[in-house]
Design a protein around this ligand. Structure first.
Ligand SMILES: Nc1ncnc2c1ncn2[C@@H]1O[C@H](COP(=O)(O)OP(=O)(O)O)[C@@H](O)[C@H]1O
Ligand SMILES: [Mg+2]
Length: 233
């Protein structure tokens, strides 16, 4: 069975699609096969992939599948149980009806947030969905909150400082140590230039690569159960 990782935050557009593309690129680089499923009717992920086709920059090892409903998703997973090492699911920012079905298929749910109250609340809702679905279906889906589009200015805000105490101490889910900084390269990726891992290594690309490696290392640790809810930070 593939490892299923989804990006969900019902309140916001903090970087779900971008984070998944970077994660997919890293696994593909390791020689893994990755299916990416676009469940967002805005189809940003699908557009990225067709732009990559036009530019002949589609990454080896990655396949992107267009808009899928909850039912379409479970059919896809049934049909492709052995074809992929990883299945990454991209979800819309506003459609709460797909949250439980996607969580029910996931081994790990990542909730990206920018430091805004709305997005933090969205991530907390998502964690509650994970706990609820785990309880109802006897599953052990993991959850983590990922800070994205972080700048030095943002780090000086009060909300930013409160994120860790809220997410880890009060709510009790995992906060990724790795933060995704605001970087032009992450914006450029959207223009169909392939994955981050396919870019020539300049100093800025190297920083983004290190960030992504840190993130994927933490994802592996979460999936292994080395960190996560109930574990000491
Ligand atoms: N770390 C980042 N640095 C700079 N721009 C980013 C970063 N992450 C996302 N973006 C940009 O922010 C916008 C929203 O990101 P996206 O990944 O599409 O979010 P979502 O899928 O949650 O709606 C896009 O224009 C994207 O290029
Ligand atoms: Mg998106």
């Amino acid at each position: 069975m593939p490892i299923v990782i989804s990006a969900i935050n019902g309140k916001g557009g903090a970087g779900k699609t971008t984070a998944l593309i970077n994660i997919a690129g890293e696994y593909a680089l390791r020689g893994k096969t990755v299916a990416m499923i676009d469940m967002d009717a805005r189809s940003n992920l699908t557009k990225w992939w067709s732009d990559c086709r036009d530019k002949d920059t589609q990454a080896e090892g990655i396949d992107v599948f267009g808009h899928k409903t909850a039912k379409g998703l479970s059919g896809f997973l049934d049909r492709n149980a052995t074809r992929f090492d990883y299945v990454l699911i991209d979800t819309p920012g506003e459609d709460t009806s797909i949250v439980d079905p996607v969580v029910g298929q996931s081994d790990l749910v990542i909730s990206p947030i920018q430091p805004s109250k709305r997005e933090v609340l969205g991530a907390i809702d998502c964690f509650e969905a994970v706990l609820r679905v785990n309880g109802a279906r006897g599953r052990d889906c993991r959850h983590g909150v990922l800070r994205t589009r972080i700048s030095l200015t943002v780090r000086h805000t009060e909300l930013y400082r409160k994120i860790r105490p809220i997410i880890e101490d009060k709510v009790g889910t995992y906060l990724f140590r790795t933060e995704i900084m605001e970087r032009n390269i992450y914006k450029d990726i959207q223009n169909g230039i392939g994955t981050l891992q396919m870019q020539d290594t300049t100093e800025t690309i190297a920083k983004a690569r290190r960030e992504t490696l840190g993130l994927v290392g933490e994802i592996d640790a979460l999936l292994n159960g080395d960190v996560g809810f109930g574990k000491a930070p």
